[in-house]
Design a protein around this ligand. Structure first.
Ligand SMILES: Cc1ncc(COP(=O)(O)O)c(C=O)c1O
Length: 372
C-alpha cells in the first residue's frame, strides 16, 4: 500500500515461522497418519486438572478476568516457596509474551542484547523489533552457551543477556557455578534473562538455581511457561520471576487483560496436578534416553538433552532437506537453520510408538540420502 509511513525497524523483523501442524501436512501430502515431533509439545496432552478447570471457568467467559491473575501470582509464590510473594511474578500470554515485555522494557534507543548463536531465535527477533541490535556469541564445544565469551561481549550499550536453560535447541543446561561466575562480573546496567521453559525436565543437580538469584536481589528475570510440562501450549500462559521493583517496571509493558481468566484458572489447576507432572517428567526421562541411544546407533550425532527434545547435528544433506525428506514419511520434525545451525534438526520426545515411528523415518531418510 503506497503512501503509508512504515516503521523501517519493524520491516527488519523476520516473520516467525512456526513448525508445521499435523493438519497442514495431512492436507498438503494427503496423508492420514502424521506424527508431529517438531514443537516440543507434551506428548501426554494437557493436564487433566487444567482441562476440568478450563471447562468450569468458561461459564464466566462473558466477564473480564477478575481476580484470576492475582490468584495465579499468589499460587506461584506458594509453589516457588519461602521468600517469594505475589509481587515477584508477572503473567504473560505465554512465555513468549514475557520475553517480549523484557525486550520492550530494556531495548529502547538502540540498546544491545547478547545471545548465543545457536539458541531460541525469538531473542534476536524481539531485540530488532524494539530497535536494538543483537550480538550473537558462538557456542562452546558441544553447543553449550559460552558464558565467559558472553560476559566478554558485554559493553556500555548492553541491556540484556539472554540465557536459555535447558537451551533450545542443544538441550544443555547452564550450571550453577558458571551462572554465578557470570553474574559476579555483570555490570549493574545489564539484566540477565534465564528462559527456563523446559526446566521441569531437568534431572542434572548441577543446574543453575536461577530463582535464588532473584531472592538475592540480582538483576535477573526468570521466564517460565505452562506450555510444556503442563501441556497447555494452546492456552498461552507463561510468567516471569524477578525482584518486585523489576516486576513493577515490567508492568509498564503489559496490555490490560493480556491473558484470559479461563486459561489462568487452568494454569492454576495444573500447578496442583502432581500426578500429571510426574508422568510427564518420567515419560520424557525414559524416552529421551531411548531416542538418544537409538539415534546414536543409526550413526547420527545426537546431543545429550535435559529437555523434551534432542538436537542432532551434521545431518547428511543439511537440516532443512533432511526434515523435508522426513516429512514425506509423515513425521514432522524441525530443521534448525533459524536457530543458527543449518546442519541440525531437532526431534521432540514423544510416546514410545511415536519415537519408534520417528526412528524408522530417520532410518529410511538416511537410506535415501545414501542412495542419492
Ligand atoms: C526456549 C523457549 N522459550 C520460550 C518459549 C515460548 O513458550 P510459550 O510462549 O509457549 O510459553 C519456547 C517455546 O517453544 C521456547 O522453546
Amino acid at each position: 500500500m503506497k503512501g503509508l509511513n512504515l516503521n523501517p525497524q519493524l520491516l527488519r523483523v523476520p516473520l516467525y515461522v512456526a513448525g508445521k501442524s499435523a493438519e497442514e501436512v495431512r492436507e498438503e501430502l494427503g496423508m492420514e497418519e502424521v506424527v508431529k515431533l517438531a514443537s516440543n509439545e507434551n506428548a501426554l496432552g494437557p493436564s487433566p486438572k487444567a482441562v476440568a478447570a478450563l471447562h468450569e471457568s468458561l461459564r464466566q467467559a462473558h466477564r473480564y478476568p477478575g481476580i484470576a491473575e492475582r490468584e495465579l501470582r499468589r499460587r506461584l509464590a506458594d509453589y516457588h516457596g519461602a521468600g517469594f510473594t505475589e509481587k515477584h511474578f508477572i503473567i504473560g500470554n505465554g512465555g513468549t509474551d514475557v520475553l517480549r515485555m523484557i525486550a520492550q522494557a530494556f531495548i529502547f534507543e538502540a540498546g544491545e542484547s547478547i545471545m548465543g548463536r545457536v539458541t531460541f531465535p525469538l531473542y534476536g527477533l524481539l531485540t530488532t523489533m524494539f530497535g536494538g541490535t543483537s550480538i550473537k556469541v558462538d557456542p562452546a564445544e558441544g553447543y553449550a552457551l559460552d558464558l565467559p565469551a558472553m560476559a566478554e561481549a558485554v559493553g556500555p550499550d548492553t541491556r540484556l543477556v539472554w540465557f536459555c536453560s535447558p537451551n533450545n535447541p542443544s538441550g544443555l543446561i547452564i550450571e550453577q557455578s558458571e551462572a554465578e561466575a557470570f553474574l559476579d562480573r555483570l555490570p549493574d546496567h545489564v539484566v540477565a534473562v534465564f528462559d527456563e521453559s523446559y526446566c521441569d525436565y531437568v534431572t542434572d543437580a548441577a543446574a543453575a538455581q536461577s530463582t535464588q538469584y532473584v531472592l538475592e536481589g540480582r538483576p535477573v528475570v526468570v521466564v517460565r511457561s505452562f506450555s510444556k510440562s503442563a501441556g497447555l501450549a494452546n492456552l498461552r500462559v507463561g510468567y516471569g520471576i524477578a525482584h518486585p521493583e523489576l516486576i513493577e517496571y515490567l508492568l509498564h509493558t503489559v496490555l490490560p487483560f493480556n491473558t484470559g481468566g479461563p486459561v489462568i484458572w487452568a494454569a492454576i489447576a495444573s500447578l496442583d496436578d502432581d500426578e500429571f507432572q510426574e508422568r510427564s517428567r518420567k515419560l520424557v526421562e525414559k524416552e529421551r534416553d531411548f531416542l538418544f541411544s537409538r539415534l546414536g546407533n543409526l550413526g547420527l550425532i545426537a546431543h545429550p538433552s535435559q529437555a523434551n527434545f534432542i538436537f542432532v547435528t551434521d545431518v547428511p544433506g543439511g537440516g532443512r532437506a533432511f526434515a523435508d525428506m522426513m516429512l514425506r514419511t509423515g513425521v514432522i520434525v524441525r530443521p534448525m537453520d533459524a536457530f543458527g545451525e543449518p546442519n541440525g534438526v531437532r526431534f521432540t520426545v514423544g510416546l514410545r510408538e511415536q519415537n519408534e515411528r520417528l526412528l524408522k523415518a530417520v532410518s529410511e531418510t538416511l537410506n535415501v540420502v545414501k542412495e542419492g
